[in-house]
Design a protein around this ligand. Structure first.
Ligand code: NAP
Length: 358
């Protein structure tokens, strides 16, 4: 036996996560993809967002395990933004690393999105809705993500101080430059959405998708936005269906459960006694449906008349598996919906309300 054969036979086995990735062959058998408004774009019922848990404060191997598992189970849409992390930009950088190591062969199967609109870098051109900011930010996002183009580029929020023609014109330029395939808007009010759609149509780059917050504890989209989107032929991808984790059994059991990380965006007072009373009522309904509260919260946003895709966040493969099981369960009886309405309502958790008021 040679020395090299001896050392090879005693070598540590390579952990699965460090082996080259080959996507599961049955990845398109789990569900039907849903058409985004009147466009040719399709999204999975569940999409995965990289806002928290994919920055530099989380183990890269865990992130990679989650994304591989998601793609293997039919989630071909990953949603990012310039400032996801922490720190800002790190989620795109980590995703770029996974793009290079795992997902490059699957680029044509993936729907990747990014956004600009919130604070990213210092000075007047690192925030809000100017052409200068949006186009510079998109270039930086593409570099971090290791891709030539994203599928959807969003204006992350409405900016009342910048002419809407300028913001939407930047989306149109991004598409004409081939740096984005589709244009989207996020957290725009119904009125602002109608204006944005009209401008985009005039420019020849239709807006195909709106990304609003939506959950059983935050139902503002039902007051006109969903109807507007239907009338305008746009699809929707609702974020925060778990109210940043509040809509889960963890908060039924404890007002301060352990979280994967301290989210600056989650105020512990959101788990106040009034809201936990709502959670207890909703969890009881979920139990009757043989679902966890998190599962029912996702299923509910996907019910007929709800959103095209539910954009979820997770910190583990275990959570992802639990949530994946929600996708085939968006069937609710009228009685269930009425019972849910007794507990579901505005709970003071919509931290994006200002953007949709502008
Ligand atoms: P979310 O789905 O409401 O909350 C995700 C969090 O809930 C997870 O991080 C996890 O908390 C917890 N969770 C997930 N599954 C669970 C389960 N089965 N049981 C118990 N807890 C569970 O959404 P989000 O993370 O706030 O946002 C999702 C995505 O939406 C973002 O990544 C981003 O892509 C997008 N988004 C967009 C905007 C916008 O302005 N356009 C704003 C916010 C978000 P732990 O991490 O503590 O485990």
């Amino acid at each position: 036996m040679t020395d090299s054969a001896t050392s090879a036979s005693f070598a540590e086995p390579v952990p699965e996560i460090h082996r080259p990735y080959a996507a599961a062959e049955d990845r398109y058998t789990h569900w039907d993809y849903r058409r985004v408004g009147k466009s040719g774009l399709f999204l999975p019922p569940l999409s995965l967002g990289l806002w928290w848990n994919f920055g530099d404060n989380r183990a890269f191997d865990t992130q990679r395990e989650i994304l591989r598992h998601a793609f293997d189970h039919g989630i071909n849409h990953f949603d990012l933004a310039n400032n996801y992390g922490p720190p800002f930009g790190s989620a795109e950088e980590n995703f770029g690393r996974m793009m290079r190591t795992d997902f490059a062969p699957y680029r044509d199967e993936l729907i990747l999105s990014t956004k600009a609109g919130y604070e990213m870098w210092p000075g007047p051109y690192g925030n809000h809705g100017s052409r200068k900011y949006l186009l510079a930010s998109l270039d930086a996002s593409l570099t971090r993500m290791s891709v030539d183009y994203v599928d959807i580029f969003y204006s992350h929020r409405s900016d009342p101080d910048t002419p809407l023609e300028e913001t939407i014109g930047a989306l149109d330029t991004a598409v004409r430059q081939g740096k984005a395939l589709y244009a989207g808007i996020s957290s725009y009010s119904p009125e602002r959405t109608i204006e944005a759609v009209a401008i985009a149509d005039r420019l020849g780059t239709p807006i195909v998708i709106h990304q609003p917050s939506y959950s059983m504890l935050n139902r503002w989209v039902e007051e006109g936005l969903l109807l507007t989107l239907e009338q305008q032929g746009l699809g929707s991808i609702g974020f925060g269906s778990l109210a940043q984790g509040l809509l889960s059994d963890r908060y039924v059991e404890s007002a301060a459960p352990e979280r994967a990380q301290d989210r600056g965006s989650f105020d512990d007072s959101m788990a106040n006694e009034d809201n936990r009373e709502r959670l207890r009522g909703l969890a009881a309904i979920a139990k009757k449906r043989k679902q966890s509260l998190a599962q029912m919260a996702i299923s509910w946003t996907l019910r007929p008349g709800g959103v095209t895709s539910a954009l979820i966040g997770v910190s583990s493969v275990k959570q992802l598996d639990e949530n994946l099981a929600a996708a085939g369960r968006n069937d609710f009886t009228d009685d269930e919906l009425a019972e849910i309405d007794r507990f579901a309502g505005e709970a003071g958790i919509n931290i994006w309300a200002q953007s949709s008021d502008d």
